[in-house]
Design a binder for this molecule. Structure first.
Ligand code: PEP
Ligand code: MN
Length: 345
């Protein structure tokens, strides 16, 4: 960090700021250049220090301050080049392409069991399904709760599929801990900091969705909350952001995939279902995500989407999933081959 004072800054002010900076554990070297005092500050740890920056900026004598402006560090590329996340059962995020499929919400044992059989038969290894549903309107269906957990357990046991399911509240984390292989934090809870800290205390992988109104930096700060509590097992999920476009539910931010990959070592997947809100767009968005370097996709899938209890319009059928799965595997191997053949010189 470099702090430049205005000309004729009183010595007492330079000393005051120097003491504050040292108090944060920095080594400080003071230089004079063209009538200005400059502080060169270095810290052994790369953790961001936003409160220190605010304190320095509050001085009326500081002309400029140069610092690493990223408010996160542990999830950044500066900390680690790449994360590979093993879920077990041959599932690994960060290498290859993983597909998560299943209904928006768990409806009954019979329906989930049939969906699980069919998606497994296609080759999918991860089954999604909510038992706690975040709903914009309080009058919408909000999930089966405890009964849904029992159904998830039964279907997990019989199918051997890995389970991805959402926690809405701190208390849900414990409730889901013996059935979930991945705990989802939904878009609306991306900045529920108590919930983020709670999933940071466990070691179950966390699927962190991007809020539809948040920047990539805010999303990575939320991942930093989880990581800094000790849970390094994080998958980021781009699920569409709010734009002026009304013909889709949200706009899938495809550029977020390469951008996040350049900023962070964490795996990134997309959710074409919730972004499009329309099943006719899901395949194209999933294929685009794969071509763009995503580590996977999450697809709302049902045996009969037209009768699904929630989000039927954006849910694809298991028949559509079968076709899409084959195309995704083909694109993913082309991407892999292209990356091997066209290595940077
Ligand atoms: C979901 O995946 O079930 C969901 C509610 O998605 P989002 O949080 O992205 O709206
Ligand atoms: Mn849904």
């Amino acid at each position: 960090m470099i702090v430049v004072f205005q000309k004729q800054t009183p010595e007492a002010e330079v000393n005051r700021i120097t003491e504050i900076v040292k108090g944060w554990g920095f080594s400080v070297l003071q230089k004079e250049l063209n009538g200005r005092t400059i502080l060169l500050c270095e810290h052994a740890q790369k953790t961001p220090y936003p409160d220190l920056i605010s304190a320095i900026k509050a001085s009326a004598y500081v002309e400029s301050i140069t610092y690493n402006s990223k408010p996160y560090h542990l999830v950044s590329k500066e900390n680690k080049e790449k994360s590979l996340l093993e879920i077990g059962g041959g599932v690994q995020f960060g290498e290859g392409f993983e597909i998560i499929a299943g209904p928006c919400t768990i409806e009954s044992y019979e329906s989930l069991s049939e969906i699980a059989k069919q998606v497994k038969n296609i080759g999918v290894k991860l089954l999604r399904g909510g038992v706690f549903k975040p709903t914009t309107s309080p009058y919408s269906y909000s999930g089966l709760g405890e009964e849904g957990i029992q159904i998830l357990k039964a279907v997990k046991n019989e199918s051997g599929l890995k389970i991805v399911t959402e926690a809405l509240h701190v208390s849900h984390v414990e409730m889901l801990s013996d059935v979930a292989d991945v705990i989802q934090i939904g878009a609306r809870n991306m900045q529920n900091f108590e919930l983020l800290k709670q999933v940071g205390k466990i070691r179950i992988p966390v699927l962190l969705k991007r809020h539809f109104g948040c920047t990539i930096e805010e999303w990575l700060c939320s991942a930093e909350y989880i990581y800094s509590e000790g849970n390094e097992n994080i998958i980021l999920c781009e699920r569409g952001v709010r734009t002026f476009e009304k013909s889709t539910r949200s706009t899938l931010d495809i550029s977020a995939i390469p951008l996040v990959k350049s900023l962070s070592h964490l795996p990134v997947i997309t959710d074409p279902s919730h972004s499009a809100g329309d099943r006719s767009l899901v395949s194209a968005l999933a294929l685009a995500s794969c071509a763009c370097g995503a580590d996977g996709v999450m697809l709302e899938t049902h045996v009969s989407p037209e009768v699904s209890v929630k989000d039927g319009a954006q849910t694809i059928s298991t028949g559509e999933l079968r076709d899409l799965y084959r195309k995704l595997m083909a694109i993913s191997s082309i991407v892999k081959e292209a990356n091997q053949v066209f290595q940077p010189l």
